[in-house]
Design a protein around this ligand. Structure first.
Ligand code: 7TS
Length: 408
């Protein structure tokens, strides 16, 4: 049913050799590869109906506007939004979170308020809240992560007071892989009157998403991690909340009427989309959503669990390896961060590169988490729809080689 060899045929980039060996791409957590259908959808836009949207009364501009808005509707259905008006196109998850921090945050957070996030956040879900706190006199508190990589829910419960105005939490850690209990978090946060933002940058590409079932208030994610292009991301928000928020950026497209005295704002979602948007990228993201729907997100998740299960089994045979995050593949995604004895993760990545294997090494934009783990860096392999068990074998063999070359 989930035929990875057939899926791989759709990804031209995977057909190449690096250093005389078939490319093994294990860095989809940073950015995924793109199927031909996405590349061709963008190509067709540029070749056949490239024009600005929401403006021209001529055919190709109308076609561009329709394609842009169709992509929005596809995204809305993909995450089970109540309305396409709740889907705002941004540049990426980072911009989506900043939109909430500046527009909602500056108008709703005041001195003495508390913003809860966690120790395992990407900097994108950390720095904006630190900045908001510095401007408003609020405090950011970080829900601890326990020694197995799970959120410490007892501390979360203890910290939930009426001073908490926002809980902004990752749905899936990009380092530990941990999947967080978002439904439970949202219910408990709402019980004290806080809003809930989910950083879905890692979860939305890898598992079914249902913003209504999650009961969250905002969801942020990026197109480029879900088979789509760079330069496009999404902020989903509940209509009532978005309607009350002022614009983040101002200028063309986001206005209803402008006079020398002042301006009024466009309706949702355009109120939050100032200037010419990323039209080709939206069209590409729409094609990526079509592709994922065809695979079925339940199947995508099942494949990831199978591959992660195999990775834990195979990698645990590598001498000196230590894998971080939950070891239960059903409680985590396919981002597998590890260290190998005292070999520097950058050296591991360099040896793997010589074998044609792409992994990431560093702090993965989660420096506080690495501090907590007492590490400067980890190496990280991550899996997606086009990865095979044989590639896990290649990784394990590459790590054996790194140990032979660099181990002491
Ligand atoms: N949130 C999480 C959980 C992420 O993993 C990332 C990117 C972001 C937010 C930011 O996404 P962006 O598209 O706005 O940059 N994560 C990674 C990574 O793990 N390696 O490179 C980017």
């Amino acid at each position: 049913m989930f035929d990875v060899q057939r899926i791989r045929q759709d990804f031209p980039i995977l057909q190449q050799q690096v250093n005389g060996k078939p490319l093994v791409y294990l860095d989809s957590t940073a950015s995924s590869q793109k199927p031909l259908s996405v590349i061709e959808a963008m190509n067709t836009y540029y070749r056949e109906y490239n024009a600005n949207v929401h403006r021209g009364i001529y055919q190709i501009s109308e076609k561009a506007s329709e394609a842009y808005e169709t992509a929005r509707k596809k995204v809305g259905r993909f995450i089970n939004a109540r309305s396409w008006r709740e889907v705002i196109f941004t540049r990426n998850a980072t911009e989506s979170i900043n939109l909430v921090a500046y527009s909602w945050g500056l108008n709703n957070i005041k001195a003495g308020d508390i913003i809860l996030t966690s120790e395992m956040e990407h900097h994108a879900n950390l720095v904006p809240w630190q900045q908001l706190a510095a401007r408003t006199g609020a405090t950011v508190k970080y829900i601890p992560v326990d020694e197995h990589g799970y959120l410490d829910m007892a501390t979360f419960d203890a910290w939930l007071t009426p001073q908490v105005k926002l809980v902004s939490i990752t749905q899936m850690s990009n380092v530990l892989g941990t999947v967080t209990p978002v439904g439970e978090i949202a219910q408990k946060a709402h019980a004290v009157g806080a809003l809930v933002l989910l950083d879905g940058a890692q979860a939305v590409p890898h598992m079914p998403t249902d913003v209504q079932a999650f009961e969250c208030d905002f969801l942020a994610f990026s197109g480029h991690k879900m088979l789509g292009p760079t330069g496009i991301g999404v902020l989903w928000g509940r209509k009532e909340i978005l309607a009350d928020m002022p614009p983040f950026m101002t200028g063309g497209d986001m206005i209803k009427k402008v006079t020398f005295e002042g301006s009024t704002w466009n309706e949702l979602p355009w109120k939050f989309e100032a200037g010419t948007p990323a039209i080709a990228e939206a069209v590409g993201l729409g094609a990526a959503v079509d592709y994922l729907n065809e695979l079925g997100m339940r199947n995508v998740r099942r494949h990831e669990i199978e591959l992660t299960t195999y990775a834990f089994h195979r990698l645990s045979q590598v001498e000196g390896i230590r894998i971080y995050g939950p070891h239960d593949p059903t409680a985590r995604g396919g981002a597998v961060a590890f260290t190998l004895g005292d070999i520097h993760p950058h050296d591991i990545a360099a040896v793997l590169d010589s074998e044609g294997i792409c992994v990431r090494a560093g702090h993965h934009c989660a420096m506080p988490l690495h501090d907590k783990l007492g590490l400067q860096a980890t190496a990280r392999a991550s899996f997606y729809v086009y990865n095979l068990p044989e590639e896990v074998d290649r990784l394990a063999e590459g790590l054996d080689k790194a140990r032979e070359l660099l181990g002491r």
